[in-house]
Design a protein around this ligand. Structure first.
Ligand SMILES: *Cc1c(COP(=O)(O)O)cnc(C)c1O
Length: 390
């Protein structure tokens, strides 16, 4: 059996989304900037997609900027805040220690350019505390950027509350909503979100296309010099098939949200219950305040990489949720941020489910995982000591 349980890394394109995209590769391949009919057809599709995406976020079409994905949108949001802040001599940024690297590394760069960054601790439950955000905001704070849902452990942050706080204090608020989009109702107006990042390939759309929502009235510096695309802020011919696909995918995800969330959360809970029976294991992050699809575990006495390898051999695609694949042996910065010791954080496993997963697949994971954990522990030099210590 083959089981794809790595939907937080990327998802399969939904069949309906693929169908919606296909004409834009063949018949309607025009450049939206062209004055002729073929180009104007593409321009119409682009306008319609922008309007539909805006409506799904409760935004205005002119507040949507198409990008190459989540990383670009995150980088752009940080740049917007820095340039607006600099005009008012505000160079302080508040964020958290468990953001995606797209945000964390953009903030590192900002520090090199003279910004001061406060990274809030995340508590053992994987949640940021509103009072701590409030306490961190200063007179010279240019931006608060906090992710909607964490991509490794799935915990949902109190975004509407943080949005209200930032609006009251007059501070720009950005959220990386890449993991939450399509799974949680998001309303940028009601939730007081100034900027938001999303990417299509995390909700059954194509890779390489995303968007930045930026509230009207926030001055936006030019991000990519070139043509007049994206209101002159990001030059380059638009990825029309990708944008059409992204919008179709988000519409589909939002239409099915209640039903999919309920079903996927049921599968996730079944998984969490089964893993709880494995000794010296634990679920990372708050049990309730989490995305329907993500569950992250640690198993003491084993290495996550070995676990992934054996799961893969058994046909199960999972992730350690960490940056181990990038060649570094450091455990996940997210697990360290929630206070796990190094040696425990090494034994992590992220299973991320999506709308295409079936009950049968979950049963297969539940049957396959415990013996693999047992086998790895039997070869582990530290397991005996951990077991006896209990
Ligand atoms: C996947 C992801 C990103 C990056 O999006 P890309 O489209 O792959 O650049 C950013 N933030 C979070 C939380 C993610 O999960």
């Amino acid at each position: 059996m083959k089981v794809y349980a790595d939907n937080a890394a990327t998802t399969a394109v939904s069949p309906a989304v693929l169908q919606a995209m296909l004409p834009f590769f063949t018949e309607q391949y025009g450049n939206p900037s062209s004055v002729h009919g073929v180009g104007q057809e593409a321009a119409k599709a682009l306008d319609a997609a922008r309007a539909q995406l805006a409506a799904l976020l409760h935004a205005e079409p002119k507040e949507i900027y198409f990008t190459s994905g989540g990383t670009e949108a995150d980088n752009w949001a940080v740049r917007i805040a820095l340039e607006n802040g600099a005009r008012k001599n505000k160079r302080h940024i508040v964020s958290t220690a468990f953001e995606h690297h797209a945000v964390l590394h953009a903030l590192k760069k900002a520090e090199k350019d003279g910004a001061e960054v406060t990274l809030l601790d995340v508590h053992a439950d994987g949640l940021v505390r509103l009072e701590e955000v409030a306490a961190a905001i200063r007179d010279d704070t240019a931006l608060v950027t906090i992710m909607y849902a964490n991509n490794e452990i799935g915990t949902l942050q109190p975004i509407p509350e943080i949005g209200r706080l930032c609006r009251e204090k007059g501070v720009l608020f950005h959220t990386d909503a890449v993991q939450a989009m399509g799974h949680v109702p998001i309303d940028v107006a009601a939730q007081n979100i100034d900027m938001l990042s999303l990417t299509a390939h995390k909700f059954h759309g194509p890779k390489g296309v995303g968007a930045l929502y930026c509230r009207a009235k926030i001055p936006i510096p030019i991000f990519i010099e070139g043509g007049a695309q994206e209101r002159g802020k990001r030059g380059g011919t638009e990825n029309v098939p990708g944008i059409v696909g992204m919008t179709a995918a988000l519409a589909e995800a939002c239409r099915n949200m209640d039903e999919d969330d309920r079903r996927v959360a049921g599968l996730r809970d079944k998984l969490i219950e089964a893993v709880a029976a494995i000794p010296h294991s634990r679920l990372n992050g708050d049990r309730e305040r989490r995305l329907p699809g993500i569950a992250n575990f640690v198993f003491e006495g084993i290495e996550g990489e070995g676990l992934l390898l054996l799961l893969d051999m058994a046909g199960i695609c999972a992730s350690s949720g960490s940056a181990c694949t990038s060649g570094s042996l450091d455990p996940s910065h997210v697990l360290l941020a929630i206070g796990l010791p190094h040696e425990v954080a090494h034994g992590s496993l992220r299973l991320s489910l999506g709308a295409f997963n079936t009950e049968e697949e979950i049963d297969y994971i539940i049957k396959t995982l415990p013996p693999i954990v047992e086998r790895l522990r039997s070869m582990s030099p530290v397991w005996e000591r951990i077991r006896k210590g209990a």
